[in-house]
Design a protein around this ligand. Structure first.
Ligand SMILES: [Zn+2]
Ligand SMILES: [Zn+2]
Length: 235
């Protein structure tokens, strides 16, 4: 008997119109195809508990040598992926190509990596962008990622809890100790954080200087615990 259903060898209109994977833009994916999910966002990477730096496979340690030597102000960092292709390209397309749908997708992916119950009582805060930079770009990518992450977890985002109080030169142009000085006094806490867990959201963690300074002001204001939630970690 003849059937009227689609043959499985011919792609249906539905498949042709399905959203493309945000990483490869080739296979259907919502937001990732199965191949990219396995290749670039596998949960298996062993990372330092404090700073999310990749740990050598051979070691059983949970903390990297840098964090053992000088423990950071923040307690835990969760990173979705390394800052490497294709994730680095996605972050750049978001920031400089205004591809805001990437913030939604990356926020959702990061939420999948997290335990909602552990964050249910946390204050979710995006890293504030320098006013000048936000005025030029029109949006803060950390806030856009945070908005999507918070929505996926069913939690509130608190974008005004940590504010930038002065302009700082772009960190990339500075040496390590200059970076630290550059950031002193650049952030202020505007709200009650005493005894709370604060989850700080950003797109990329490189030296960790910005997150370190934000954690410092949060702890000084009485925060019990600071957790960084990061899309991409510079290896
Ligand atoms: Zn893909
Ligand atoms: Zn570390």
């Amino acid at each position: 008997m003849q059937t009227l259903s689609h043959s499985s060898t011919v792609p249906s209109w539905h498949a042709l119109l399905a959203p493309r994977c945000i990483a490869c833009a080739l296979a259907p994916g919502r937001p990732l195809c199965a191949g990219c999910a396995g290749d670039f966002f596998a949960a298996a990477a062993r990372r330092c508990r404090h700073c999310a730096l990749r740990l050598p496979a051979a070691t059983a340690a949970e903390i990297c040598a840098d964090c053992l030597r000088v423990p950071p102000q923040f307690d835990v960092t969760v990173a979705l992926a390394d800052y490497a292709p294709p994730v680095s390209g996605m972050v750049l397309a978001l920031k400089y190509g205004h591809r805001l749908e990437l913030a939604r997708a990356l926020g959702r992916l990061l939420a999948l990596r997290l335990c909602r119950d552990e964050l249910a009582a946390a204050l979710l805060v995006p890293v504030p962008l320098a006013f000048e930079r936000q005025a030029g770009r029109g949006f803060n990518q950390a806030r856009e990622i945070g908005r999507s992450l918070a929505a996926a977890l069913g939690l509130r985002l608190h974008p005004e809890l940590v504010l930038r109080t002065r302009h700082t030169p772009a960190q990339e142009s500075l040496k390590r100790d200059e970076r630290r000085r550059n950031l002193r006094g650049a952030f202020a806490v505007r709200g009650e954080v005493a005894g709370r867990t604060v989850a700080v959201i950003d797109d990329v963690m490189t030296s960790g200087g910005t997150l370190e300074e934000i954690a410092r002001v949060l702890k000084a204001a009485g925060a019990a615990r600071v957790v960084n939630l990061i899309v991409a970690r510079t290896p």
